[in-house]
Design a protein around this ligand. Structure first.
Ligand SMILES: C[S@@+](CC[C@H](N)C(=O)[O-])C[C@H]1O[C@@H](n2cnc3c(N)ncnc32)[C@H](O)[C@@H]1O
Length: 232
């Protein structure tokens, strides 16, 4: 399932109307530029140690062959940690090929152990074809979807992909958190709002508030949530 770096914007309009493509392309340019212009360790969401995500993932007690989908992965160190922990079926998605290229470069030869999917979570094409997953992990992505239609697409995709008994981890800006991230307005959450979007098919297993310290020293308030899908 590995993808080459030539996978680009032209393919992205496959599920979009012309107007939607314009919006997507603006955001794509935004994110590509962010990753092009920045050293990864200076990004306002960079984690040396993705401890809060791993705390949740450890609670899932997944087999090392389980399929783990990291949506909007960017250049996150979580993928390095998961590879190091021996997970064999990791899928890293992002809208931005530049972001994933940075992650691939850092991983070096280990990058062949990861499946790379460049796709838009709000207008998915290739993500529709990956089959079901045991874990959906999102840190700092959902909160960028300010339009109801974008959130609907995101949760529709999640519900199509997550297996029965599968897990969902979502970490988003807390209701009391900052109104913007990376220069973009955000839609903030608490655990109840996320549960409301997922519905009764999903049980809340764990949640905690988390203060992330940015490389600049500023603080950002997140809510971390772990849900498990019912068997029925
Ligand atoms: C704040 S960064 C978080 C990156 C990563 N999850 C982390 O914790 O380091 C948000 C990421 O979401 C990606 N993104 C934004 N909109 C997206 C979309 N519609 N589909 C997929 N990825 C998207 C961006 O390219 C960026 O890498």
């Amino acid at each position: 399932m590995n993808e080459s770096r030539s996978d680009d914007i032209k393919e992205k309009s496959c599920c979009s109307s012309p107007t939607e493509s314009v919006i997507t392309n603006d955001l794509l340019e935004h994110w590509n530029k962010v990753y092009e212009d920045s050293v990864v360790s200076n990004l306002g969401w960079y984690e040396e140690d993705p401890e809060p995500s791993m705390r949740m993932i450890d609670l899932c007690n997944l087999d090392k062959r389980a399929s783990l989908l990291n949506v909007g992965a960017g250049a996150t160190t979580l993928v390095d940690v998961l590879v190091g922990a021996g997970y064999q079926n990791i899928i890293a998605n992002d809208l931005s090929a530049h972001a994933l290229d940075k992650l691939k470069d850092r991983l070096g030869q280990e990058s062949s152990k990861v499946n790379w999917i460049i796709d838009d979570l709000t207008r998915p094409c290739k993500l529709n074809e990956i089959g079901s997953v045991d874990l959906w992990h999102d840190r700092a992505v959902l909160h960028f979807f300010n339009a109801e239609a974008e959130r609907d697409s995101y949760f529709d995709l999640l519900k199509r992909l997550v297996k029965k008994n599968g897990f969902v981890i979502i970490a988003a800006f807390h209701l009391e958190g900052a109104p913007k991230c990376c220069g973009l307005p955000v839609h903030r959450y608490d655990a109840g709002m996320l549960h409301g979007r997922l519905g009764n098919d999903f049980a809340l297993i764990e949640s905690f508030d988390y203060t992330y310290v940015m490389p600049s020293g500023d603080h950002r308030e997140y809510v971390y949530t772990l849900f498990k899908r019912n068997n029925s």
